[in-house]
Design a protein around this ligand. Structure first.
Ligand SMILES: [Zn+2]
Length: 264
């Protein structure tokens, strides 16, 4: 009798667990999901093949906007998941003097050169996972800016805010929210001021902007909680604050998702 029960109840459950991987993270706009599949299995998301890393690890970011559903296919077994929509704050600011909205020619040169350096640092680097199961806040302070909000200046939509802002006194410690390797240290960037990028592995990076000081060097290993810099107002900032952005390649991730969800 026991054996029959075992076969009826345990076996089918095991079969399902065997055939479809457990997925961690948030199925939401701004969200990120991780998991692992068996060696040699093929993973497709919305019909597109996704890179699978060491130990069958995969990672996927939704970006700021996504359809209502996502289709995940592992070796021809398909499952659909709902993707939670987010409402973003849109701010219309009109009547600004043109000079304030459009940068000068020299500024533009610097802006483009900075953007290229950041773009380069967003490219996938280490194919090893360094990030922890959960991220921690890199600084203590007041949340003054949220992921996804957007400003429309003189009817021109600006790039949506790809991170969160933490306002605090100048000199407040900034720590690594997750482990990784320092990928970029750059002083005086036009928008982001003293800027630091940490590679968490598998294409996931954190960018820290407007720093006063940076205490680490390019190529240095950092572990979660290590002091890496201090809050400042370098670059374009109206007050001392930390801008913390997260990207998976070119897709932005809501840092708050990483604080709430465990990643595999
Ligand atoms: Zn910001």
């Amino acid at each position: 009798m026991f054996l029959i029960l075992l076969i009826i109840f345990v076996f089918p459950l095991n079969l399902k667990a065997e055939t479809f991987p457990k997925i961690f993270g948030c199925f939401c706009e701004g969200g990120l999901i991780t998991g692992n599949i068996k060696d040699g299995n093929i993973l497709k998301i919305d019909n597109k093949q996704i890179e699978v890393f060491e130990k069958g690890r995969f990672i996927f970011a939704f970006g700021r906007k996504y359809k209502e559903k996502i289709k995940i296919e592992v070796n021809n077994k398909v499952e659909e998941f709902a993707v939670l929509k987010k409402k973003y704050k849109i701010e219309n600011i009109k009547g600004l003097p043109r000079k304030k909205v459009e940068p000068s020619k020299e500024d533009l040169k610097k802006i483009i050169s900075d953007a290229n350096k950041i773009k380069e640092a967003k490219k996938i680097g280490y194919r090893t996972r360094f990030f922890n199961e959960k991220f921690i806040l890199p600084s203590k302070g007041r949340m003054s800016g949220f992921y996804g909000s957007q400003r429309i200046l003189n009817s021109k939509p600006r790039r949506p805010h790809a991170g969160i802002d933490i306002a605090a006194r100048e000199g407040t410690s900034v720590v690594a929210p997750s482990s990784g390797i320092v990928k970029l240290v750059e002083k005086d960037m036009f928008f982001t001021g003293n800027t630091l990028i940490v590679d968490h592995g598998l294409g996931l990076i954190s960018i820290f902007a407007h720093l006063k000081e940076v205490f680490v060097e390019k190529g240095e290993n950092v572990f979660q909680g290590k002091k890496i810099g201090s809050i400042g107002m370098t670059g374009r900032a109206t007050g001392p604050h930390l801008h913390w952005g997260v990207y998976l390649n070119d897709k932005s991730v809501d840092p708050e998702v990483l604080l709430k969800y465990d990643l595999y």
